[in-house]
Design a protein around this ligand. Structure first.
Ligand SMILES: Cc1cc2nc3c(=O)[nH]c(=O)nc-3n(C[C@H](O)[C@H](O)[C@H](O)COP(=O)(O)OP(=O)(O)OC[C@H]3O[C@@H](n4cnc5c(N)ncnc54)[C@H](O)[C@@H]3O)c2cc1C
Length: 457
């Protein structure tokens, strides 16, 4: 396992060789900034819509080495979020968005099949479980018997026999992938189709140009008709987005292969699993019979800073490991082969958005809030249509230029978020131990709701 100078994990499975930085002046129809899924799907969909389009993609480091190459691998629909979506965007918008999100889960699998990318795509559905009485009603409002199916404790444990499961809901329209395989496969297909991908090319500025927009890096500049910014947790470095998101972190541990444990648990259906906490646990099996177990309870970042303990935090890793063994006592003494983390771009609505930057012909996507693997495909399709100035049903979905929602400015934001995170950790630990949370923690965790900010989940 290797790490870069900032402590970030470097995915190794199938990484293409490094690509040279931008060198001098270049022109394009679309310049894409950010080489994660969102940027790469945008480039892919631009070429799908206009095969002769010239696309330059600028990536600050290596493509797919950010969260896109090292996430939990859940390819989720929005079926659990429909009640909240209805409240936010109305019935028609909620249905259209949820339908598009569901189609995306299948579209990624179909893309892998068509392009010969073995991203270990598996459509095993998603189980949301309660592990404490406080979680027992989680997503009960989304149950409709087909897209979201109620599960009692026996049904949940029949999928995976963890002693902590109390019941929950099952969502069939959900898949998993090996994230680095998907990212590197996508990069390879972009290179095959002639996208100019410049690594080690951090965008440091942009300004209007007669042709559209010029984006500069330390070693060159690209002038294009439109720019697309797909920089995830770094979105706050764009002035108009400074107060549109909070950056937290999520961490994952991965066991050695444990086929005997998976057999004992009866966890062989490929279901991804998460719990009903705000700082949720999320877990899945892998094709090589490991268990991946993550926790969204990592530290908060100041502003848009994404290095250091956002990337790997030994204390958080130790907490995740302890939770893994609590969920699966038979893993006591079994090796953890890998552990890593990464930044999460938390939007105040918990939903991602695409916004036009106004001063230049440019669009930015941000706010996936730990759920970007599936949505980045839909957003890439939408960003491509917007960048090419084309009408497409997806450009009318409610995530395009929604009413702006702000988070408090720094340093208030990081101080407040860190305090609330600590309170949530105390509250949810008490609830799991069957105790009432202390009143201070309960009051602090209620604060974000009072100012209209959703907290992680
Ligand atoms: C530990 C972890 C687990 C997760 N698990 C899941 C999961 O199971 N399911 C799910 O749906 N989502 C999950 N997520 C979230 C998911 O990974 C992201 O939402 C998704 O990868 C976002 O893709 P992206 O392309 O927008 O961002 P990224 O993958 O972060 O890519 C953005 C890229 O932009 C580059 N960049 C930044 N600034 C600049 C600049 N100025 N110039 C050029 N390039 C720049 C970065 O280097 C980076 O490569 C998880 C995230 C983490 C950290």
């Amino acid at each position: 396992m290797r790490h870069d100078a900032h402590g970030a994990w470097i995915p190794e499975a199938g990484a293409p060789p490094p690509l040279p930085p931008l060198d001098g002046d270049a022109t394009a129809d679309v310049v894409v900034v950010g080489g994660g899924y969102t940027g790469m799907w945008t480039a892919w969909h631009v070429l799908e819509a206009q095969p002769d389009a010239r696309v330059v993609l600028l990536e600050a480091g290596r493509c797919g080495h950010g969260p896109s190459g090292r996430n939990g691998g859940f390819v989720s629909s929005l079926d659990l979020s429909i009640p909240g979506l209805r409240e936010d965007v109305g019935e028609a918008g909620a249905v259209a968005w949820a339908d598009a999100a569901r189609e995306t889960v299948d579209a990624i699998g179909a893309w892998c099949e068509a392009e010969g990318v073995d991203a270990w795509y598996r459509r095993g559905g998603e189980l949301l479980v309660s592990t404490a009485p406080a979680q027992d009603d989680v997503s009960a409002d989304a149950v409709d018997g087909t897209r979201v199916i109620a599960q009692d404790a026996a049904q949940a444990r029949a999928r995976c026999a963890s002693p902590v499961f109390r019941g929950g809901v099952f969502v069939p329209a959900s898949a998993t992938v090996q994230p680095a395989r998907l990212a590197f496969g996508l990069l390879g297909r972009l290179l095959d189709r002639g996208v100019r991908v410049c690594e080690w090319s951090r965008a440091t500025g942009m300004r209007p140009a007669p042709e559209g927009v010029t984006v500069t890096t330390a070693t060159g500049r690209v002038t294009a008709r439109t720019a697309v910014f797909a920089v995830n947790a770094a979105s706050g470095t764009l002035a108009p987005l400074r107060n549109r998101l909070t950056v937290s972190s999520s961490h994952i541990v991965m066991t050695e292969p444990v086929p005997d444990v998976l057999d004992e648990l009866g966890w062989r259906g490929g279901e991804s699993i998460s719990d009903g906490r705000a700082l949720l646990h999320y877990l899945r099996t892998t094709r090589d019979d490991r268990i991946l177990f993550g926790w969204a309870g990592g530290r908060m970042a100041a502003g848009a800073r994404t290095g250091g303990r956002m990337e790997v935090d030994p204390e958080v890793v130790a907490t995740v490991r302890a939770s893994l063994v609590r969920w699966f006592p038979q893993l006591e003494g079994r090796a953890i082969a890998h552990a890593w983390g990464g930044p999460i771009d938390v939007s105040p609505t918990h939903r991602p958005a695409i916004v036009g930057l106004r001063s230049v012909p440019a669009w930015a996507a941000f706010g996936f809030t730990g759920n970007g693997v599936g949505p980045s495909h839909l957003f890439g399709r939408t960003l491509a249509a917007l960048a090419l100035d084309r009408r497409d049903p997806v450009t009318r979905l409610p995530f395009v230029d929604p009413a702006p929602r702000q988070v408090p400015p720094e340093p208030l934001r990081v101080a407040g978020a860190a305090m609330i995170r600590r309170a949530l950790i105390r509250k949810e630990a008490a609830e799991e131990a069957g105790e009432a949370p202390d009143p201070v923690s309960a009051a602090l965790t209620a604060l974000p709701g009072l100012i209209g900010v959703h907290i992680v989940r």
